[in-house]
Design a protein around this ligand. Structure first.
Ligand code: FAD
Length: 536
């Protein structure tokens, strides 16, 4: 029986990146990884989770040193792009568009997951990590001094023991299920997706010169393109291997799961709600490579890090939603917490207090992120409210949650403790604004078209995004910066409320504190509604 400092059950995105990070930070650490699937795995038609945003991209690029792989073997992403519904969704050029014309200062990437995981597994072997593919974890026995994992490989079963056990088994959630610690979510969203073995470029969907001129490079296809409607969004993500990933994500209380859970049904749903996209997909019907669907994917967990020396990362712990692509962000944040816990323990420190801080910080982040989505899918068809929401949600991310990661402070329990009042103020504000946006949507049934907005045109937002890659800040400077950013967000929240209450005065009751919006150069987007046929 072999013994390692760390045994990782599951070598997918979270497990492979964690192994790489641990070995980088502590080369003497012995690590064993069991991955069920035999490698190499296929490119393109492999796993879902192909779009990264700033935290996840920074984690891969800089913290794990994967920049050369990302630059040469994956695609740099032209930000997030949204098209809101108009007139049956038959003409992309008329739909109100939110998205950048140029690559943002801090990059992110579209990931071909098969290609990425093949590279990760191969290179962690070269780092000296004991990783076995085609190896199925059959049981986990937690013990007082060491944990035992029983692994089946090549027809044989063997045991490995570890001082630390990390469950990175993704949706299998081996330990979470064994401990009965899954927390069901009230966010009832589901998804279906497939890959098509050629490029589906939205740039080719219209010849309208004004529309084409907005993104002169004709590289809209490098964005994560979202086709938005009430209760749903459809993604189009290009993969470096040449395929395109297409996904339908729905609030199942508005669009029932059984409308999308088979390929023919999903295509029928597309023809009804996104006919222009359906026409393009139908023209490539012979190139569909796979089809998968997942019912009610969001789940929480009672605890993710335990003083009994077990830790959960990736989807084995919690999962919120794919909108804004935070899956890799959560992997980066979680792996950072886990690396800190294990490395301190190996140095002989008492890690019980930091485990509690990290566990509650991570679960609070999960709670804050799930509020972005829970009850909010109905807003997705409302161009006015949803563009403001996207600017607000991006602002919160670039002003508070992402700088803490880029400045490596999540893993500093003392620093996190020192900003507790600020974070509480931030989480309360964030929840209030989500309530305001929900109520605004309920009060506004207008339709919008023929317009374009770009969050990168808002000075403060562009600066916050660019500042993520700024120099390392000392504790005091970072605390001051977060305080200033939160004040600006408070002014932004008041400005959103002022705008919303033009639709309905009752909406002026959500954000009562904070500075006057006039003190800040940040304003919500405003559009003129298309007159209804009666008004026209
Ligand atoms: C519809 C949808 C869309 C998404 N889109 C995005 C996105 O655009 N961007 C993003 O960042 N995230 C996205 N995500 C989330 C993303 O998929 C996850 O964050 C990511 O895949 C989780 O990685 P993981 O390592 O936890 O799980 P996985 O990558 O699934 O890895 C788990 C591994 O454990 C192995 N395993 C399971 N059981 C065993 C066992 N018994 N023994 C040994 N090995 C085992 C599996 O083979 C697998 O390789 C999306 C999720 C969904 C549901």
């Amino acid at each position: 029986m072999s013994h390692s400092d760390v045994v990782i059950a599951g070598g997918g995105l979270a497990g492979l990146t964690l192994a790489r990070q641990l070995k980088q930070e502590q080369p003497n650490l012995s690590i064993f990884v069991a991955e069920k699937r035999p490698h190499p795995v296929p490119e393109a038609a492999f796993k879902v989770g192909e779009s990264s945003v700033e935290i996840g991209a920074h984690y891969f690029q800089k913290i794990l040193g994967l920049d050369p792989h990302l630059r040469s073997d994956q695609l740099e992403k032209l930000g997030l792009r949204y098209f809101f519904p108009f007139d049956g969704n038959r003409d992309i050029a008329r739909r109100l568009e939110l998205g950048p014309a140029r690559f943002p200062p801090v990059p992110s990437f579209q990931l071909d997951r098969g290609r990425f995981e093949n590279y990760l597994l191969r290179t962690i072997k070269e780092q000296g990590i004991d990783v076995v593919d085609g190896a199925v974890v059959r049981s986990i026995t937690l013990g007082p001094d060491r944990h035992t994992v029983s692994v089946q490989h090549d027809g044989h079963v063997f045991d490995v023991t570890g001082r630390w056990l990390v469950d990175a088994s993704g949706r299998s959630g081996l330990l979470r299920r064994q401990l009965g610690s899954t927390r069901a979510s009230t966010h009832l969203a589901s998804a279906a997706w497939f890959r098509v073995s050629s490029r589906l470029k939205v740039d080719d969907w219209s010849t309208d010169p004004a529309w084409l001129a907005r993104v002169p490079s004709r590289e809209r296809w490098l964005s994560t393109n979202h086709l938005m409607g009430r209760g749903y969004w459809v993604w189009l993500i290009p993969l470096s291997s040449g395929s395109t990933s297409v996904g339908i994500v729905v609030d199942s209380t508005i669009h029932p799961y059984d409308r999308i859970n088979r390929l023919e049904r999903a295509l029928g749903w597309l023809r009804e709600f996104e006919p222009q996209c359906a026409e393009v997909v139908d023209a490539h019907a012979g190139q569909v490579e796979d089809f998968l669907a997942l019912k009610q994917y969001a789940h929480g967990c009672e605890r993710v890090y335990s003083p009994d020396r077990w830790l959960l990362t990736g989807e084995a712990g919690v999962f919120t939603d794919p909108f804004y692509s935070p899956g890799s962000d959560f992997i980066g944040m979680s792996n950072d917490f886990i690396a800190e816990i294990i490395l301190r323990d190996m140095r002989g420190d008492d890690v019980s207090a930091c485990i509690e801080v990290f566990n509650s910080t991570y679960l609070r982040l999960f709670d804050a992120f799930i509020r972005l989505y829970d009850g909010q899918y109905r807003l997705m068809g409302n161009a006015q409210v949803m563009t403001v929401k996207a600017a607000w949600d991006n602002g919160c991310y670039w002003a508070i949650t992402a700088p803490l990661f880029f400045q490596r402070r999540y893993r500093d329990a003392g620093f996190i403790g020192s900003i507790e009042p600020l974070m509480r103020r931030f989480f309360v504000l964030h929840a209030r604004v989500q309530g305001l946006l929900r109520a605004w949507d309920a009060a506004d049934a207008s339709s919008y078209a023929d317009a374009w907005a770009n969050v990168m045109d808002v000075d403060v937002l562009r600066r916050w995004q660019a500042d993520l890659a700024g120099p390392a800040l000392d504790d005091e400077t970072l605390r001051m910066m977060l305080g200033r950013n939160l004040e600006t967000l408070e002014g932004f929240a008041r400005a959103i409320q002022d705008l919303a209450s033009r639709t309905d005065v009752d909406l002026a009751r959500f954000v009562s504190t904070g500075p006057s919006p006039d003190a800040f150069d940040i304003k919500p987007f405003t559009f003129t509604p298309v007159p209804s046929p009666v008004e026209a």
